[in-house]
Structure formats: C-alpha cells, structure tokens
Design a protein around this ligand. Structure first.
Ligand SMILES: Cc1cc2nc3c(=O)[nH]c(=O)nc-3n(C[C@H](O)[C@H](O)[C@H](O)COP(=O)(O)OP(=O)(O)OC[C@H]3O[C@@H](n4cnc5c(N)ncnc54)[C@H](O)[C@@H]3O)c2cc1C
Length: 405
C-alpha cells in the first residue's frame, strides 16, 4: 500500500515525505508527537538549510513565519578577542544567508509541506519495533490509539533522531562518546548587545573549551543561549553542564548583557550524534537520515541542513528502488555513497576543525587576527560560501601564514 514508511517527522522525515509525495510516491509519515512540537536546538538555519529550502520552495513559508534573518557570525576567543565575520559581502541579497527560527515554528512549517504534498501522516503514533523477513526490514510495529498495529512497505526510513528506535532495532545504537555531543538550550528574553545584522555568536570561553557557548538572537527580543560539548570530554573531566551554563551567563564577559534579561524556559538538554563517524546508512529494506544516521556537523553542531539533504537523497533512492524493483542492501548502498560524496568532505573538515579547537592559543590567535585584520576576516568569510576556501582552515600553511603575518 505504501512505497515507504518514514519514522519521525522532524525536518529530515517531513522533508523526505514531502519530496516523495511530490514525486508521486505514497509515503506514510509517522511521529509519536503531534505538531507543533518543540525540539531542543540552537534554532540556527545555516546557508545549507536555506539552500535546501530554496530548492524545495520553502522560503516563502519561512519568511511568512516568526523568525529573524542573520547575516554573520561573531566569534570570541578564550582571551576575549571578538571577530565579527559576515556570511556574505552581498548585503542586498533578496534572501538572507541564515535565519534563526524556533523549532516549534520551523518543524511545523516543514511538516506542513508533507501534509500539503499529500503524504499520509500518523501523529501520536509511536514506532516500537521493526518487522523483518529474515535480514530484510519489511515494516514497523506502531502503537496507535491504544493499539499495536503492524504496517508494511518495501522501504523503512529511520528519521527518528538522536535516540532512534530504528537504529536500536538494527543493533547499531552503541554510543561512541568521541563522536557524540551533549547540548543544552536555555531561552531568554531581553539579552542585549547583539550585532546590528543579527549575527549568531559562538564564544570559546576558557571554561567551555573544547566545547562552545552560544548566544543566538531571536525574533521578539528573545535569545537562544546554550552550550555544547563532546561527551568524551564531559565524562573524562566530570563536567556538570547545567551549572557550567549558569556560570557562563554570569561570566564577566557576558553578565552585563544579561543584566536586565530573564530566562523564559528551563534549561533543556538533548544529544547530538556527530558526523565525524556516520553510521551505516542503508541495508536490506531500510535507510537512515538526519540524526538517526549521525550526520551532525562535528564543529558547528549544525544538523538541520544535513537532515534535509539526506532526506532529499533518500527520497530519490526510494524512487529509484521502486523503478528497479530492487530494495536490497547492495542497491540502497548507493544512497549512502551519494550522501557521503556530498557531505563527507565537509564532515571530515569539520572534524579536523573540532580537533584544532582544542588548542586554545591557536584558537585565540586566529580570532584575534580576524578581529584586527580585514583581510583575515574576509578570508574566513569566504570560507562560509566556498568549500575549496574552507579547506584552508585545516591546512598548516594557513596557520603558518597567519601566525607570521
Ligand atoms: C542543543 C542542540 C543545539 C542544536 N543547534 C542546532 C542549530 O542551531 N542548527 C542546526 O542546524 N542544528 C542544530 N542542532 C541539531 C538539530 O537539532 C538536529 O540535527 C535536527 O533536529 C535533526 O533532525 P531530524 O529530523 O534528523 O531529527 P529530529 O528533529 O530529532 O526529529 C525526530 C522525530 O522523530 C520522532 N520520533 C522519535 N522516536 C520516534 C518513535 N519511536 N516513533 C515515532 N516517532 C519518533 C520525534 O518525535 C521527532 O519528531 C542542535 C542540536 C542540539 C541537541
């Protein structure tokens, strides 16, 4: 009856369902929640997310919701230097290069694309297990309206996020702390001192390294404040993240900006499976996308764009599998190959950057140079737009030149 069952209707699953339904396929999209619903996140939509949204005609709906456009990023280093880096020099672009949009709003917007495209949708329906025929996945078990039902399709797409039941059922949920981050989000009202072009802010404060503290401006005077750190570091150094986040808000560098502000939510935490070690993404009758596939950028923590890119590709491979009547692991491996061809270099680069970020003096040097030299700030700015430029960030030559200039 269905061409695919998609487990999870976050940005990954909802995008996959919308693309499949627009292509004439019959997807069933299942989520345990009902929309709108919240998801702990920094709420920043990067250039990659904006590009996917342009491709899929989602920019107009985004502009019609409550969000703010963001034109750059301000970094601060461990010794207090600050560098404001624009995402682009073209400030007259019709669509901003980035946005900040709370996930209650954003996820509903993407979800509605799936509804409008005609995907069949079950909400408040919890997937509890996979159905198998030998090695092959042939559907899912779902708890819905108090009953457990079985539903079948030739492909099951795991889009159920960081704590994926599909991944668990496939036996791949062992946590690798070197490739997993813990993140906290804290909403505030009235934080002051933001850049006039709504820069998102990433602060490498002594206490937070090798993780980072963020302050992102939001619509209506709100702010998304948070902290992310590698789980292996948290464990090794026995770091208590919530007290650390409270401490950072009181830090001499930031406390003025919070003086007349107040928290409007409690601190909430969630996991970030990083793309420094993506999982096996396809097998007999199944594919994984987004966080379920462990595709979050290991340096920036960005995962929405990668979830949507992998969703587009999984939708295209569902169509190909249907046309070839081949749902085998050998065939669907093509999905993994294509997705990693597209994202792999960037993920490797970000992993290298994440490691460099542990060298405090180097981090500080780069940020202080960028703060003082327009040329260096411009060079880093170009790296947001151009992957070949970004490669320089992990080249020893770049740092040699920077340190001796
Ligand atoms: C603290 C923090 C900050 C972050 N900041 C950013 C940021 O600023 N920008 C950015 O791009 N990314 C950020 N990320 C990453 C981003 O949130 C994720 O990469 C993104 O949500 C992945 O989308 P997804 O669709 O794969 O999964 P999710 O958004 O997690 O969606 C999964 C869906 O599956 C459903 N589900 C789960 N289990 C079941 C089940 N058994 N049955 C049915 N449904 C189920 C859930 O209800 C949910 O709707 C951040 C993450 C964290 C934790």
């Amino acid at each position: 009856m269905y061409d695919a069952i998609i487990v999870g209707a976050g940005p990954g699953g909802a995008t996959a369902a919308a693309v499949m339904a627009r292509a004439g396929l019959k997807p069933l999209l299942i989520d345990r929640d009902t929309f709108p619903r919240d998801k702990v996140c920094g709420d920043a939509l990067s250039g990659k997310t904006v590009d996917v949204m342009k491709r899929l005609g989602m920019i107009e709906p985004l502009l019609a919701t409550t969000q703010i456009d963001s034109w750059g990023v301000t970094f601060s280093g461990p010794y207090g230097d600050e560098a404001a880096i624009p995402f682009t020099k073209a400030l007259d672009k019709p669509v901003a290069p980035g946005f900040v949009c709370d996930r209650v709003t954003f996820d509903k917007l993407v979800f509605e694309q799936a509804v409008e495209a005609g995907a069949e949708i079950w909400t408040e329906a919890q997937v509890t297990g996979l159905l198998r025929d030998g090695e092959k996945v042939v559907g899912v078990r779902v708890k819905r309206e108090g009953e457990e039902v079985e539903v079948r399709a030739p492909i099951t797409v795991g889009a159920d996020g960081a704590y994926s039941v599909v991944v668990r059922e496939l036996g791949m949920d062992q946590l690798d702390e070197g490739h997993y981050c813990a993140g906290l989000r804290w909403y505030w009202q009235g934080v002051t001192g933001f850049h006039e072009l709504n820069h998102i802010e990433i602060h490498f404060v002594d206490e937070s390294i090798p993780g980072y503290f963020w302050i992102f401006p939001m619509a209506d005077g709100k702010a998304n404040v948070g902290l992310g750190m590698l789980s292996s570091v948290i464990k090794k150094q026995d770091i208590k993240l919530k007290p650390l986040l409270r401490q950072l808000v009181e830090h001499p560098r930031f406390k003025e900006r919070f003086a007349n502000a107040e928290p409007i939510d409690s601190i909430k935490g969630w996991g970030l499976p990083l793309g420094s070690k993506p999982r096996q993404m396809a097998g007999d009758g199944w594919m994984l996308i987004g966080d379920a596939a462990s595709l979050i950028d290991p340096f920036t923590g960005e995962g929405i764009g990668n979830a949507m890119v992998s969703a587009e590709k999984a939708a295209a491979w569902t169509q190909r599998a249907k046309e070839s009547n081949d749902y085998s692991a050998a065939f669907l491996k093509g999905y993994q190959r294509e997705t990693l061809d597209y994202l792999g270099n960037e993920l490797k680069l970000s992993h290298a950057m994440q490691k460099l970020g542990r060298w405090k003096w180097l981090l500080n040097k780069v940020i202080s140079k960028a703060a003082r030299s327009q040329e260096v700030a411009d060079a880093i700015s170009m790296m947001f737009d151009d992957e070949s430029e970004r490669k320089k960030l992990v080249s020893p030559l770049f740092y040699m030149r920077l340190l001796t200039s």
